[in-house]
Design a binder for this molecule. Structure first.
Ligand code: BGC
Length: 372
């Protein structure tokens, strides 16, 4: 029952955060827990999918922290289906939600429903993913997404030995054969991760330290629709014939589910047995990838603590419901096409075989037993 354990570990921390937050409840005017249901503020939380573990953690953490403040919560998952997410948001508005926290599926598809929210004076917080082309997004809680891309690319170069642990060039010139994967084209984050990564990789592609045997480097060609591991398997399988006579040294992968699909595909042609696995990056520190890193298969990931992100979003909700201004730390980076959305960016963290115990286990995200 590894699942249960992880949630217990998370809930324990969530509870202590919530207690801390409760210390200032009176001063900040959060809901009175004695209020009858229906009198308490209602917060709608719309999350994209339960097919990836991180979003389950996000939804639970946001819900637990909001409930600890005495709010009612409507938490919904849309299983990556845009009309479902729109319908869920419409229902939340009809139910009298006082604020919406939205992890969107398609960044440009929510304009209409957000206009309905604005007409009903419901503040909207974009959660993790920027909602684009709408004036009705009030705040954005996320990680520094450009930095995620930089970290992924740096990790790839470190795994190949081109950069050392401090990020300095080792003088190793390869050439190394790599393939590049990007996230879903409808998710604004995917392009931000890609540009961050390419900023680091481009000089090495230009100088020939890295070569991409497929020749596929532009975003549209390497993007994986819906971040779906099945789509990554299809693309990787299509690339494998290129590696009949040469080695695949590394793969830039934008997300753990995709990373594991890539690793499995390379195993079918002898990687991991006849020759070492390629260096494969990732994102989210999902359990299966953390286990793969601990077992020496996936090279690394970028860890984004969903407990912290939930805390940021929840404190934004609380400020808005108290008539106060949410704290932000970036008011320039996230132009959604209509406005620059005031944001709070958290710092993502690189995790590899060298530091996963320290970061993920000592940090209480997973237990040592879960990681094997
Ligand atoms: C998130 C990533 C996640 C990806 C796939 C992105 O929007 O920022 O953390 O890996 O979606 O779920």
């Amino acid at each position: 029952m590894t699942h249960g354990k992880r949630h217990r570990a998370r809930n324990a921390l969530t509870a202590s955060l919530a207690l801390l937050a409760m210390g200032s409840v009176a001063a900040c005017g959060a809901a009175d827990p004695a209020e009858e249901p229906g009198e308490r503020p209602l917060v709608g939380v719309a999350m994209p999918t339960t097919t990836s573990e991180r979003w389950i953690g996000d939804g639970e953490n946001v819900q637990d922290q909001l409930q600890a403040l005495g709010y009612d919560v409507a938490l919904e998952y849309a299983e990556n289906d845009v009309p479902t997410q729109v319908a869920q948001l419409e229902q939340m508005i009809a139910d009298g939600a006082d604020a919406l926290v939205i992890g969107s599926i398609d960044g440009v598809a929510l304009k209409g429903v957000l206009a309905e929210a604005a007409a009903a004076d419901i503040p909207v917080i974009a959660y993790d993913r920027l909602i684009r082309e709408s004036p009705d997004v009030d705040y954005y809680a996320t990680f520094d997404n450009a930095r995620v891309g930089v970290q992924q690319a740096t990790q790839l170069l470190q795994g190949l030995g081109v950069l050392d642990a401090a990020g300095e060039p080792t003088g190793q010139t390869g050439p190394f054969n790599v393939e590049l994967f990007a996230g879903s084209p409808d998710d604004n984050n995917a392009t931000v991760f890609y540009s961050g990564a390419m900023q680091v990789l481009q000089p090495y592609l230009d100088s020939g330290v890295l070569t991409v045997p497929s020749g596929e480097t532009d975003f549209a060609t390497i993007a994986i629709q819906a971040w779906d591991p099945k789509n990554a398997t299809t693309r990787m399988n299509a690339l494998l014939p290129l590696y009949a006579g040469q080695r695949l040294d590394g793969v830039l992968s934008p997300y753990d589910g995709i990373s594991l699909a890539i690793i499995e595909a390379t195993k079918t042609i002898g990687y991991g047995t006849a020759q070492p696995l390629p260096v494969v990056t990732g994102q989210d520190a999902e359990l299966a990838s953390a286990q793969s890193i601990a077992a020496g298969e996936q090279y690394g990931t970028v860890y984004k603590d969903t407990r912290q992100l939930a805390e940021v979003a929840v404190s934004m909700v609380r400020a808005l419901l108290d008539g106060a201004e949410p704290e932000t730390n970036d008011i320039t980076s996230y132009d959604n096409g209509v406005k620059v959305v005031p944001s709070y960016l958290l710092t993502p963290q690189v995790v590899t075989g060298q530091n996963y115990r320290q970061v993920l286990v000592a940090g209480g995200y997973y237990t040592a037993e879960e990681l094997g």
